[in-house]
Design a protein around this ligand. Structure first.
Ligand code: PMP
Length: 407
């Protein structure tokens, strides 16, 4: 199975043009494109197996249930977990919101420790939990040109005893890979608190092994890893599900319903109230098989080469500021930059005219924008189907931007 240009043949969207140009898709941190096999798996599910999973005795309900559980098994395998540790949600945002509602029952009253590198989805839910429960928020200090490691936690160890550490594995703005493994070890040893990892930007691009990482919870989204929208994942380490209360209640998640009280189903079902998006879970499982066949380490290495080439290219153009780590080492395929004197939206609009799709804005990371002292950035982000030609197209587009605005 191929990377770069040959891989694009397997993704129908690349047969279209954007503004009469070849589609150069560099917004993979926002969402990824879908290979034909994922589209086929979902349509096949609807054509042949569709039923409401686990809600009856007929053949289709049983087949839908089997497909859903097969998807859970594939997901568990992808991150080195057991199937009964995998809860399906809609996306990373729902996974984290779920935790922000159920964890207060289990954790101490110490502050919630997070960073200002977080996406709003791993920031605002904790602010809201803080407002609901009276726990304070505390922020890990960090330098935007370095990863966050256990050393950053050591600096604040004498000042706080957090009730929870919640941290991004990889930044959606800077691409920085944070050392979550060491941080989890530090938090468990020193604070005995659970650790939540936001893996939205890492799970699609690099090997995740939850046992090695030793986190308690890990969240990511299907749509950023060649899967469909509508399905996300929440890993809960073995033993935690039983201790936590459900988030949403209703059909599918109960044990027994009496007139005035209810008990809950065992395992992931307890957190999956209502009819799930089975087709999306089936599509995600197919995406994971596709990634597994290529090899996620190969994907990571491919993207690193693209990051190196792009950083060299950006450093070679006058008046471009690049944020984050100085080289490709320790990054996923995400690069934020600004063309001095221009708003990122102007940069993004001209690039779009060239068929080059980058994200421009605050990237749902306003606290980080403030730390970088900018209001927005342009962001190029890669996946397995990008190649050096895409970087050439980005460079040509940026030279055009500079010409048009005379900067
Ligand atoms: N966390 C990070 C680091 C992200 O990059 C994103 C998506 N941009 C999210 C959380 C939220 O993902 P979703 O919108 O799929 O819930």
């Amino acid at each position: 199975m191929a990377l770069g240009k040959s891989a694009r043949k397997e993704f129908p969207i690349f047969s279209r043009k954007v503004n009469s140009r070849r589609l150069v898709y560099l917004d993979n941190a926002a969402t990824s494109q879908k290979p034909q096999c994922v589209l086929d798996a979902m349509s096949d599910y609807y054509k042949r197996h569709n039923g409401n999973p686990g809600r009856g005795v007929h053949t289709l309900t049983a087949e839908a249930g089997e497909e859903y559980e097969k998807a859970r098994e594939e997901t568990a395998r992808f991150i080195g977990a057991k199937p009964n540790e995998i809860v399906f949600t809609c996306n990373t945002t729902e996974s984290i919101n779920l935790l922000s509602y159920v964890l207060p029952a289990e954790i101490s009253h110490g502050p919630i420790l997070l960073s200002k590198m977080e996406h709003h989805s791993n920031f605002v839910p904790w602010q809201q939990m803080s407002a609901r429960t009276g726990r304070k928020l505390a922020f890990v200090p960090f330098d935007v040109t370095k990863p966050i490691t256990a050393k950053n936690l050591e600096k604040i160890n004498s000042q706080i005893t957090p009730s929870l550490l919640t941290i991004a594995h990889a930044s959606n703005v800077l691409g920085t890979i944070n050392d979550v493994e060491e941080m989890a070890r530090f938090a468990h040893e020193n604070w005995k608190c659970p650790v939540v990892v936001d893996a939205a930007q890492s799970a699609p691009h690099m090997k995740i092994d939850v046992r090695k990482m030793n986190c308690d919870f890990l969240a990511f989204s299907g749509h950023k890893m060649l899967g469909p929208t509508g399905v996300g994942v929440l890993y809960m380490a073995d033993g935690l599900m039983e201790r936590l209360p459900p988030f949403m209640t209703g059909g599918g998640q109960i044990g027994r319903v009496d007139d005035t009280a209810s008990t809950w189903a065992d395992g992931p079902a307890k957190f999956e109230a209502g009819t799930p998006d089975v087709a999306a879970a089936v599509g995600l499982a197919e995406a994971m098989r596709y990634i597994r066949k290529i090899g996620i380490d190969k994907i990571h290495a491919h993207e690193k080469k693209l990051v190196k080439k792009t950083l060299d290219m950006l450093h070679g153009i006058d008046g471009i500021e690049v944020y984050g780590l100085p080289s490709e080492r320790g990054r996923v395929g995400v690069i934020s930059f600004n063309v001095n004197g221009l708003h990122a939206h102007d940069v993004g609009t001209i690039l779009d005219r060239h068929g080059v799709e980058v994200r421009a804005g605050h990237h749902c990371a306003q606290p980080l924008m403030r730390q970088l002292n900018v209001v927005s950035t342009a962001r190029a982000s890669f996946y397995l189907y990008n190649d050096m030609d895409d970087i050439t197209a980005l460079e040509e587009g940026l030279r055009e931007v500079k010409k048009i605005f005379s900067v």
